[in-house]
Design a binder for this molecule. Structure first.
Ligand code: HPA
Length: 296
């Protein structure tokens, strides 16, 4: 078992750094904390146009935080602002397949919650299992199928951690995001985005074609190696959660081509524009518009 992680100590360390690093006038901000955290999938680079960066810290310097070993998972946390919301980009995601245990995989989420965030947007690169999608498609995660063999709730205190797992991904927030995205004239996105079920596997190998056929029969639309554990812990910590998969490749056996990590990274780089617009829409709709909330 890994040593106990002190999310509050990590949180204090980050606040101290921000006080030193933040531009003049922003020091007070570091008492307030981010509104939304964003976890970046393979090859998906942020920040984007219209985002203001305040400061960044290397993940490996944060006490107790694991550092990523996989190319494409930049190891920095970047604090910034977009459209009036304070955001924290959580680069440096780590995975079960790197040999980290589930509690290490979710440490960043615990720190985000300790910093006072209210929402979390998870992004990932995924294989498209549903017929008819092409690389570059962005899909909102509606539900997940956990085939990773672990949950962050295992352990000696397990009995107190038995929780409902319905509605992990906040469907109301997804609805608001989609409406906002459709109305974004720059995005030319009148058709919104599809929703699907994400199957999480341990990795690091991609699936076999037979496994992909099995996943489709199980009701999966997407397949990947991340996100599930983070979503579970975030909801446990009281955060609202949304997840978006960028389909970087058709799942194994669907295109006649072998899968490669380079293809995943390249599609991530090429297609990030649409994902970023959807993420912008998600950030600006974290809270329901009071004028739209029915009384009673
Ligand atoms: N399978 C699993 N994980 C992935 C894939 C895939 O096809 N593409 C990107 N991440």
């Amino acid at each position: 078992m890994t040593e106990r992680f002190d999310a509050q100590a990590a949180c204090r360390w980050i606040r101290d750094q921000w006080c030193e690093l933040a531009p003049d006038g922003l020091q007070d901000w570091s008492e307030v904390g981010p509104d939304v955290g964003i976890v970046l999938g393979s090859g998906i680079q942020f920040p984007a146009d219209g985002w203001t960066e305040y400061c960044r810290v290397a993940v490996g310097d944060i006490p107790g935080m694991p550092s990523p070993s996989v190319a494409g998972h930049g190891g920095e946390w970047i604090l910034g602002e977009v459209g009036g919301s304070t955001i924290l980009l959580l680069g440096g995601r780590v995975h079960l397949y790197e040999g980290y245990d589930v509690e290490e995989v979710v440490r960043g989420i615990r720190v985000l919650a300790a910093l006072g965030a209210r929402g979390l947007i998870l992004t990932n690169a995924a294989g498209g299992v549903r017929e008819g999608w092409s690389p570059g498609q962005v899909v909102a995660i509606e539900d997940h199928i956990n085939l990773q063999g672990v949950t962050p709730k295992m352990g000696i205190e397990a009995a107190s951690r038995i929780r409902n797992q319905t509605g992990l991904f906040d469907q109301h927030w997804i609805d608001r995001t989609e409406r906002c995205y459709r109305n974004d004239s720059k995005a030319g996105a009148t058709d919104g985005f599809p929703r699907g079920n994400y199957a999480g596997l341990p990795g690091p190998t991609y699936e076999t074609p037979a496994e992909v056929r099995m996943l489709r029969k199980l009701g999966a639309d997407l397949v990947g190696m991340s996100t599930i554990q983070e979503a579970m812990v975030a909801v446990d910590c009281g955060l609202r959660v949304q997840g978006f998969s960028l389909v970087t490749n058709l799942a194994a056996g669907m295109s006649g081509q072998p899968l490669s990590h380079e293809e995943v990274m390249e599609t991530g780089r090429r297609s990030r524009g649409r994902l970023l617009r959807i993420v912008d829409a998600a950030i600006s709709t974290l809270d329901p518009d009071p004028s739209q909330v029915k009384p009673g």
